[in-house]
Design a protein around this ligand. Structure first.
Ligand code: MG
Length: 267
C-alpha cells in the first residue's frame, strides 16, 4: 500500500527494492486528486514499471474504527455524510482514470444485515450512482471487506445489480471485526474478488474494540490454507501487502511478508 501523501519517488524505489512490481495507491482526501499529482505518480510508476492495481479511496468527515461510534461515522452508512462521501468517491474514480487504473476500493461502513432497513436501501441507491460513475470511467468498484458479514456483502453486490462491482478482500479485517473466518469467506465471495490485502490479525477480545492487527503469519488468518484455497479456486489477481504500522518495523514486516507469500504461492 502506497499513500498518496508519501514521497512517491521514495515509495516507488522501496517497492522495487523489496522486489515487487505493483501496489495500491491510498488516499483519504479528494483535495489531492489533482492532475498534477496524477502526473507525478504516473511518471514515477511508469519509470520503474510499477502497476497500480487499485486506487483505495477514503472519504471526508469523522471516522472511528470501533464497534460503537463506527456505526455513526463510517462509510456511506450515516445519511448526513452519504452525499459528500459519494461525491468524494466519484472524484477518486476520476483520479484513478487519470492514472489509467481500472479499480477503486473503499470501506462503505457497517452495512445493515436487514435488507429492508432504510439505511441499507439508501446505501444501494448511493452505491448504484457511484458504480455507474466508475462504469463510465471503465472501472470496477471494490468493497473492502470486514465491516459486514460476507453474505451481507454478497446481497449488497446482488442488489446493486451491476457487473463492474467486486471485492477487495482483506482477510484480517474479517477477523478483526469478528465477522467471518477468512478462508471460509472465499467460498462466498470468490467470484467477486479482484484484489486482496495480505494482512493478518486476531479476533476482538471485547465487544467494543477491533481485534489486533498482526504481522503476516503471526495472526489467525492461516495463510498456508488461505493461499492454498486461492490457488485451488484459480485466483489470478493481485495481492497487496498491508501493514498498518509505520517506520522500520513496517518495512521489516513487509519484507518478511513477501518471503512468506512467495514460499506459499510456490508450493
Ligand atoms: Mg485493508
Amino acid at each position: 500500500m502506497v499513500s498518496l501523501y508519501s514521497d512517491i519517488q521514495k515509495s516507488c524505489a522501496q517497492i522495487k527494492e523489496i522486489g515487487l512490481s505493483g501496489c495500491q495507491l491510498n488516499c483519504w482526501d479528494s483535495a489531492v486528486f489533482t492532475g498534477e499529482n496524477a502526473g507525478k505518480v504516473k511518471e514515477e510508476t511508469e519509470k520503474l514499471g510499477i502497476k497500480i492495481s487499485t486506487v483505495w479511496c477514503g472519504w471526508p468527515g469523522p471516522k472511528v474504527w470501533d464497534f460503537y461510534e463506527g456505526h455513526f461515522t463510517l462509510g456511506l452508512v450515516p445519511a448526513e455524510y452519504r452525499y459528500a462521501r459519494s461525491e468524494a468517491l466519484k472524484q477518486g474514480s476520476d483520479f484513478a482514470k487519470l492514472l489509467g487504473v481500472d479499480q477503486i476500493a473503499t470501506h462503505v461502513g457497517y452495512v445493515p444485515e436487514n435488507p429492508l432497513d432504510p439505511v441499507y436501501i439508501g446505501m444501494v441507491v448511493a452505491l448504484r450512482d457511484i458504480v455507474n460513475h466508475c462504469e463510465k470511467n471503465g472501472q470496477k468498484f471494490l468493497f473492502e471487506t470486514g465491516q459486514e458479514t460476507p453474505i451481507t456483502l454478497l446481497r449488497l453486490i446482488e442488489d446493486i445489480g451491476k457487473k463492474n462491482v467486486g471485492v477487495n478482500l482483506d482477510p484480517a479485517n474479517l477477523l478483526m471485526y469478528g465477522k467471518a473466518n477468512p478462508v471460509d469467506a472465499l467460498d462466498i465471495l470468490f467470484p467477486y474478488i479482484s484484489d486482496i490485502h495480505a494482512k493478518d490479525g486476531e479476533y476482538p477480545v471485547n465487544g467494543r474494540k477491533l481485534g489486533e492487527e498482526k504481522a503476516l503469519g503471526k495472526g489467525r488468518v492461516n495463510y498456508p490454507l488461505f493461499i492454498a484455497r486461492l490457488k485451488e479456486l484459480g485466483y489470478k489477481g493481485p495481492i497487496t501487502i498491508e501493514r498498518e504500522i509505520s517506520g522500520d518495523q513496517q518495512k521489516k514486516d513487509i519484507v518478511e511478508a513477501v518471503r512468506l507469500l512467495e514460499s506459499l504461492i510456490s508450493r
